[in-house]
Design a protein around this ligand. Structure first.
Ligand code: JCF
Length: 674
């Protein structure tokens, strides 16, 4: 065997091994080797495929997260329409369903396959000659959306079917879902990143599957259970639902281990009650049970009625809802200043848990539902998330209730409340509000703001906790002695932090504006504001009409800025900061800069700054920054991995300079700006 053949053979062997072990691990939940051993095999395959790109294959286990983000989801026409299920809610409705089935089939006892109904997202997986070629959402049943790249990242979903002779074409139908623990972990990380937590696992699964960037989907612990087939081309298909599920399992597809054959209406009901008791202990959320007539021949006899099979039905569990009375409506202020209305309830059991508070999410939601103190409301617990109010029982509303008026001042600090572009109401007292103190100070100290080294999470928490500081201005009054008593704060580190705070006083106007944490004002807006006004006092004095003249500042941002500065407390903190010595060099307006009249193109990755920062800096020198290279371009500034623009510049004989060149230009400007 040649060296080449050996590499090819080993790659094939590794792929088979990895497929086998990931099936054992993810689908059967019964691994044969350790994680470390698996990782070693995986790394070996990665190495071979890197060395020999000709051996890389689409269905290799290394290729789960290969695709780049896309702009939209392409439509996919299903080979066979995706069916939806009719619902029954009561024993009687189930009995009626079974009776109709028996009457149509003309015999007395029908066998059903029962399985949990997952609360996820229906998908169709298309395998051709055993290889996953397309995955689509259900859409309207006929046409769905192409989510192949995202589905490929789901570890339980085989990229290649197991076994020797897969059907030529197989469309598998299944439900993508997020297990409870995965949902909790995801929401923890959403919150840690300042993103909104998902309301329930279903939304989280849907949001995760409809990500334009598969790398994001790959981080979500999605799972899959398969329950049926659509198009099938190959040898004769299975003759019963039971055989079909066995076959799917043999092909390496995950099928629900709770599935069971039951006899007639009695059998269905028994299974339903048993699963209802087990429901809480399952690792995923379910909203009912699905029964399917087992014999495929009988399914054909029964047929379908407008995309809903007459041979299957979903038996829903009663929703976990309860009715109780609203005794108060609180408004809580979160760490970011967001105001959340919360209903205080007469405690009530919902799905086995006592509930005394329910979120109303935001003022808009509160207004839409018109929840009032004294109302009777229906409360729902979806999984382990905060309970929410589903609806108000209007007919039980006592007379004399008043619509809730959302406070226009923060209940914690009394500053005005601003509604941002979405539906969030936010306290404008960022610099003074107790609820936001920790977050505000951390942001102030962060690297791109005042850049105070050593003033981290733990330290800020202790400083606030021990009431050493209340506002960011208090930082500049700290002496080493204030810090030495705190956890992990020796004399040396205390001295260092105080020095860093002191050094941060010499800053720039954009940094300072960004550091204030004005709602809606990020780095780019801070730079634009600084350039436009040049002076802080001018900015503070500007009304909304003048603010919207600043590039990229719209009415919402202008309103947030004006409100922030109109708050006397905030102005006091700013004055205290200036009094403590915080200062910046005056900005020169960009007139007749050294690059005046020059056109510059930026490309590649810069090490010391973002492309946006470089653009702003160049514009301040008078340059016009454009995105494509043409004969009118004067210079190209190229960072790392620059791509085709440099080639084009060289063809046109335009000077190309590195990041050093850019810095040399900017160096000339240091006296005048940041
Ligand atoms: O778990 C489910 N959500 C689920 C949905 C299970 C099934 O057996 C289904 C389904 C939707 C349609 N079967 C059909 C035919």
């Amino acid at each position: 065997m040649t060296q080449q053949d050996r590499a090819a053979a080993r790659a094939r062997e590794l792929r088979a091994l990895l497929d086998h072990h990931s099936h054992r691990y993810y689908v059967l939940d019964d691994p044969e080797i350790s994680d470390a051993e698996y990782d070693r095999l995986f790394a070996e395959l990665v190495a071979i495929e890197r060395e020999r790109p000709d051996l890389a294959r689409e269905d290799s286990p290394t290729q789960r997260v290969g695709a780049r983000p896309s702009a939209t989801f392409a439509p996919v026409v299903h080979g066979q329409a995706m069916l939806s299920l009719g619902n029954v809610f009561t024993d009687q409705e189930l009995a009626d369903f079974d009776r109709r089935v028996r009457e149509r089939l003309g015999h007395g006892n029908v066998s059903y396959v029962a399985e949990p109904k997952l609360d996820g997202l229906a998908v169709s997986l298309r395998y051709e000659d055993g290889v996953l070629v397309r995955a689509a959402t259900r859409g309207d049943g006929t046409t769905g959306e192409d989510v192949t790249s995202n589905v490929r990242t789901i570890r339980v979903c085989p990229l290649r079917l197991r076994g020797g002779a897969p059907p030529r074409i197989l469309e598998v139908r299944g439900e993508v879902y997020l297990p409870r623990d995965g949902f909790l972990r995801l929401n923890e990380s959403q919150i840690a990143q300042g993103a909104k937590p998902f309301a329930n696992p279903r939304n989280a699964a849907a949001g995760s599957l409809r990500q334009l960037d598969p790398a994001v989907t790959a981080k979500r612990p999605l799972r899959l259970f398969c329950y049926g087939i659509g198009e099938w081309v190959g040898a004769a298909g299975p003759s019963s639902q039971e055989a079909l599920l066995e076959l799917l399992a043999d092909l390496g597809l995950p099928v629900n281990p709770e599935r069971r054959m039951v006899a007639g209406y009695e059998g269905c009901l028994c299974y339903y009650e048993e699963l209802g008791r087990k429901r809480r202990d399952l690792p995923y959320e379910i909203d009912g049970v699905v029964y399917k007539v087992n014999e495929v021949a009988e399914q054909r006899l029964l047929g379908e009625l407008s995309r809903t099979p007459r041979w299957a039905v979903a038996h829903k569990f009663p929703a976990e809802e309860a009715v109780t009375e609203v005794v108060g409506i609180d408004v809580q202020v979160g760490r970011t200043g967001a105001l959340t209305p919360v209903a205080v309830l007469v405690p009530v059991a919902v799905g086995g848990v006592m509930v005394s508070h329910a979120t109303l999410h935001n003022p808009e939601e509160l207004e839409r539902k018109d929840v009032r103190v004294g109302d009777f409301v229906s409360v729902r617990r979806a999984g382990d998330v905060i309970p929410e109010i589903v609806s108000v029982l209007r007919e039980r509303r006592p007379s004399g209730t008043l619509a809730f008026t959302f406070p226009d001042h923060c209940p914690v600090c009394g500053s005005p409340v601003v509604r941002d572009e979405g539906v969030v109401a936010r306290c404008a007292g960022g610099l003074v509000c107790r609820a936001q103190r920790r977050q505000t100070i951390l942001h102030f100290a962060s690297r791109r703001a005042m850049d105070i080294e050593g003033l981290g999470d733990k330290l800020v928490e202790q400083l606030v906790e021990h009431r050493k500081i209340a506002t960011v201005a208090d930082l500049y009054r700290l002496a080493p002695g204030h810090l030495t008593g705190l956890e992990r704060m020796g004399e040396r580190s205390a001295g260092k932090v105080v020095d860093a705070i002191k050094a941060s006083r010499h800053t720039t106007l954009p940094r300072f504006l960004y550091a204030l944490g004005i709602p809606e004002v990020g780095e780019a807006t801070a730079i634009a504001l600084a350039r436009h006004f040049g002076d802080l006092d001018d900015l503070i004095a500007a009304d909304e009409g003048r603010l919207v003249e600043v590039p990229d500042v719209g009415p919402v941002v202008a309103h947030a800025i004006a409100t922030f500065f109109s708050e006397a407390h905030n102005r006091e903190v700013i004055a205290a900061l200036k009094a403590a010595g915080v200062s910046w060099p005056r900005l020169e307006r960009p007139v007749g800069g050294p690059l005046s009249g020059k056109t510059v193109v930026l490309t590649g990755t810069l090490d010391g700054m973002t492309r946006e920062q470089a653009r702003v800096a160049l514009e301040r020198l008078g340059a016009k920054v454009v995105s494509s290279v043409s004969a009118r371009t004067d210079y190209v500034v190229a960072g790392r991995d620059p791509g085709s623009k440099v080639k084009r510049a060289e063809e046109l004989g335009i000077p190309v300079m590195g990041e050093d060149g850019l810095r040399a230009w900017l160096g000339e400007d240091q006296s005048g700006s940041d």
